[in-house]
Every structure is written in structure tokens, then in C-alpha cells.
Ligand binder design. Structure first.
Ligand code: HEM
Length: 457
């Protein structure tokens, strides 16, 4: 039995109803703390504002309906797309209908099991490089772990997608420009997702500039790869697979502009999310030394896991899943009713916004035992197993679920395990406060102290 550590940080919620304008004001500051406390117990909450009619859906039956049973009737909301469009164009992350089906028919084969096995050595190399990069920082002083996990996750994406390490000149510039883009994204655009009218969601020049810079660099990578494919010299990585796979229904391959949209998406969806999940997982381990020791013991038993062995890193998997539950990197997403619907006992008109909040669903008090407690052991309990099926959507669910979920569930445990084998993590001087930016981040970073872990006898 592992003793639970302190309750992990959770932003204070809005109490009572309050005015719509107060909600919008709070929302612009921080989406999570603007949400009502009621969302941790309600099955559904209706919100009518001056520019919006929305329903936050926590009832597992509604989540199932929207994501799994009838996804085509609940397309992605254009409000959400608007915030991401300068960077992602019309990629699979924001498109709908036939375009989206075509994109997924090409992308999905690149993330099948066999392909992940092929990508594994690149992931492993990025992990080892990440462990080495942390060595000079492991002197017991406070460091912000987020830039470090970003660096590792970005390296994984570049190595698996384009067979280049983060030290490559273009990769390094893309990584840099992404940092700028993340900083430049005002809350309001992310929250375009939920409540704001179009005029309030216009992009700043900085957002547009950083997006243009990133897309220009990705264009260079895609053009060079197209030439290598034509010359028969392209490495067999994810980019080559995606660029050479025809849509099985139409026979069409991605055009260069389509490929730029997708690469920007893989980079954003793949590295921001992984970085966020790893940073929160390390913080949770720092506050729960018993789990950290269990993880380090497991890691010492599997010092250089191969693809098959990652499956047996059960402590690392359980910790990573629990971190994704408490701190889901994509904390909310929004769908839209294509036609009028009855949701529970309420009438939802065509165009109503449906908010699926993994943040609230994963901490719902009527579903989970001890929802706010960090307990990787919960996945072995009946409640944990039921909730994993019905109330756990860190990668979304159904046809529109994250195509990189399998990739992430290898990458995350692999990196956690390697880091816990090399270092001991302790909490820094200040506790992080979760805020929703492009992904779920610490308001002022996530402070941790690292020291080298003595090898076990
Ligand atoms: C811990 C890591 C990750 C998490 C938590 C995560 C989470 C998610 C979630 C929740 C969605 C659905 C978003 C929505 O419905 O609005 C999504 C979509 C997507 N993710 Fe991931 N993701 C992760 C890693 C990756 C990786 C490694 C890749 C690819 C390299 C990737 C590529 C995508 C793409 C292309 C989509 C759009 C799918 C669609 O709409 O059809 N993700 N991801």
C-alpha cells in the first residue's frame, strides 16, 4: 500500500452563478478557474451568453454519443479551429467532413503498431539525449522542468518524423519559433473555443508572424523530403510514410501544402502535449516519493527497454496514465450540433457548442473514487477500470481520437522510466498552478529539484 501524497494543485473554481460578463472577464484570465465548481458534480451544464449557447457534457452517455456513436453529427467547432488556424491551416486537427476523412485515411497507417516499432530506436535515442542534457542541472537547485520536457518531446518528434535530432539547424529554429508561438497565443484565442465572438478572437501580429515562420521552416523540410523521395534516398520514417501513402479511397496523396498543415499539427499536437504530460508526471512523482522509488526500481530492472519491454513498464504506464487523468494536456475540446438535439432533458439548437472537458470528467466526484488524489494504483481497482472505459478521455475517443495515442503511450512511460532511473525529483520552492494555454501548463512553470540517483545495489 502506497501512502497518498498531498492533494495535487487544482485552480480554485468560480462559486455560484455570477454574471456572464464576469465569467467572460475571468475566462480571459484563465479558462480553468473561470469554470464553475458545479462542473465537478453536474452531468451537464447549460450556459447562455450573449454570443454563445453551450453545454458542458460530463455524463458518460453524452460523451459516448458525441465522440463515439455519432461523431459526424457533432463536428469540431469552428470557434476552436479559429484559434489554431494560422499555424495548422486546415489540418486534420481542425477540419471536418470529407476533408478530415481523407486526412485520417492517410495518417492513421503511419501510427500502426509496426510503424511504432520502427520509430522506437529514434524515440530511445531522444530519451537518452534528454537524460544526458539534464545532468548539468541535477545539482539540487530549483529548475523549471517544462522547457526540459518540451526539449525532449520536440526531439522525439523530429527524430521520428524526419530522422533529424533537435540539434539540426532547421529543427532548432522550428522549436524556437514554437516557443514564441506558445507565448504569443493569448488565452482569448484558445478560449475562442468556448465563449467569445469572432471579433474577440482576432490573431495578434505576433501569433501570425510566429505561425508564418514555423510554416516556412516546415516547408523547407517537406520540400527536401519530397526531393529525397523522388530520388529514392528518403529514410523510412513517419514523414516518408505519410508523404507516400495514397488515400485508399481516392488514390490521392497529400499535396505539399496539405503536408505542411499536418507536420505543423504533429509538431504541435505531438510535442506540446507530451511535454505537458511529462512535466506534470514528474511533478507528481516529486510529491509522491514512494511511487517515485517504485518507478526507479522498475526502471533499474529494465535499464534499456526495447519496444516489447516498454509494455512491461507497468509502474511507468500507471503513473503516466494517472498524470494524464489529473492534468490532461488537452483539458477541453469543443464540438458543435449539426442539427437540433435533445441532450438529457434539454433542447440543444443547431450550432450549440458542446464542451467536453477532460479536466472535469477526470475529476468528477460522482464517477471517480478520491478524484483529486494521485493514485496510480487506481487502474487496478474496479472503479478505476470502469472509469477508464467511461470517463477517461485524455486522447479523446471514437473516430476522432488522437492518432498519436499509441505513440504517446510508448514515449511517455519510456521517458519517465529513463528519467527516474537517472535522477531523483523533489518539489521546488513553489507549487505550480495549472492554467490552460495551448496545452495545460504551470502558470509560472513547474519548479523541481533534481539530484543524481545513486545506482541501486
Ligand atoms: C500525451 C500526448 C498526447 C495527448 C494527451 C494528445 C491528446 C489529443 C487529443 C485530446 C486530441 C483530440 C483533440 C480534440 O478533439 O479537440 C488529439 C488529436 C490529435 N492528436 Fe494527439 N495527443 C498526444 C500526442 C500526439 C502525438 C504524439 C501525435 C502525432 C505525432 C498526435 C497527433 C494528433 C492529431 C493529428 C490529432 C487530430 C486528430 C483528429 O482530429 O482527427 N497527438 N490529441
Amino acid at each position: 500500500m502506497t501512502r497518498p501524497g498531498p492533494i495535487p494543485p487544482k485552480p480554485a473554481s468560480r462559486q455560484g452563478k455570477g454574471s456572464v460578463w464576469r465569467f467572460i472577464r475571468d475566462f480571459r484570465r484563465d479558462i480553468l478557474s473561470a469554470q464553475s465548481e458545479r462542473l465537478y458534480t453536474a452531468w451537464m451544464a447549460e450556459f447562455r451568453g450573449p454570443f454563445i449557447h453551450s453545454f458542458t457534457c460530463n455524463d458518460p452517455k453524452l460523451v459516448d454519443l458525441i465522440l463515439r456513436r455519432r461523431p459526424m453529427d457533432f463536428p469540431k467547432s469552428p470557434r476552436m479551429a479559429a484559434g489554431l488556424q494560422p499555424l495548422l491551416g486546415n489540418s486534420s486537427f481542425i477540419s471536418n467532413g470529407e476533408t478530415w476523412l481523407h486526412q485520417r485515411r492517410i495518417i492513421d497507417p503511419a501510427f500502426e503498431g509496426g510503424r511504432l516499432r520502427d520509430a522506437f530506436p529514434a524515440m530511445s535515442a531522444a530519451t537518452e539525449a534528454g537524460v544526458a542534457r539534464l545532468a548539468p542541472l541535477a545539482d539540487g537547485r530549483d529548475i523549471d522542468i517544462e522547457p526540459q520536457t518540451s526539449h525532449i518531446a520536440a526531439d522525439v518528434i523530429f527524430r521520428t518524423l524526419f530522422s533529424i535530432p533537435i540539434e539540426n539547424a532547421i529543427a532548432a529554429r522550428v522549436f524556437e519559433a514554437f516557443r514564441d508561438h506558445q507565448d504569443a497565443q493569448p488565452m482569448v484565442n484558445l478560449g475562442g473555443l468556448i465563449a467569445l465572438p469572432r471579433w474577440a478572437r482576432l490573431h495578434s501580429r505576433r501569433v501570425r508572424d510566429s505561425a508564418r515562420r514555423i510554416r516556412g521552416l516546415i516547408r523547407e523540410l517537406v520540400t527536401a523530403r519530397a526531393a529525397e523521395i523522388a530520388a529514392g534516398t528518403a529514410p523510412p520514417d513517419l514523414a516518408t510514410k505519410i508523404m507516400t501513402t495514397p488515400d485508399p479511397q481516392t488514390g490521392n496523396r497529400f499535396s505539399p501544402p496539405e503536408m505542411i498543415d499536418e507536420v505543423a499539427t504533429f509538431f504541435l499536437a505531438g510535442h506540446e502535449t507530451g511535454a505537458s504530460a511529462l512535466a506534470w508526471a514528474l511533478f507528481l512523482l516529486a510529491e509522491n516519493p514512494e511511487w517515485q522509488d517504485r518507478l526507479a526500481d522498475e526502471a533499474a530492472r529494465h535499464p534499456t527497454p526495447d519496444f516489447a519491454a516498454v509494455k512491461s513498464l507497468s509502474v511507468a504506464r500507471a503513473v503516466f496514465r494517472e498524470a494524464l487523468r489529473l492534468y490532461p494536456p488537452v483539458a477541453m475540446t469543443v464540438r458543435q450540433c449539426r442539427r437540433p438535439e435533445m441532450l438529457r432533458d434539454r433542447h440543444a439548437p443547431r450550432g450549440a457548442q458542446l464542451v467536453l472537458s477532460s479536466w472535469h470528467l477526470h475529476r468528477h466526484q460522482r464517477l471517480w473514487n478520491d478524484p483529486d488524489v494521485f493514485d496510480p494504483g487506481r487502474w487496478e481497482t474496479e472503479n478505476g477500470k470502469t472509469c477508464a472505459r467511461e470517463a477517461y478521455i485524455p486522447f479523446s475517443a471514437g473516430a476522432r481520437a488522437c492518432p498519436g495515442a499509441g505513440f504517446a503511450m510508448i514515449e511517455g512511460p519510456l521517458i519517465l522510466s529513463a528519467l527516474a532511473r537517472a535522477y531523483r525529483f523533489e518539489p521546488g520552492a513553489t507549487r505550480p498552478v495549472p492554467v490552460m494555454r495551448l496545452t495545460l501548463r504551470g502558470k509560472s512553470g513547474i519548479a523541481l529539484r533534481l539530484t543524481p540517483r545513486a545506482p541501486t545495489a
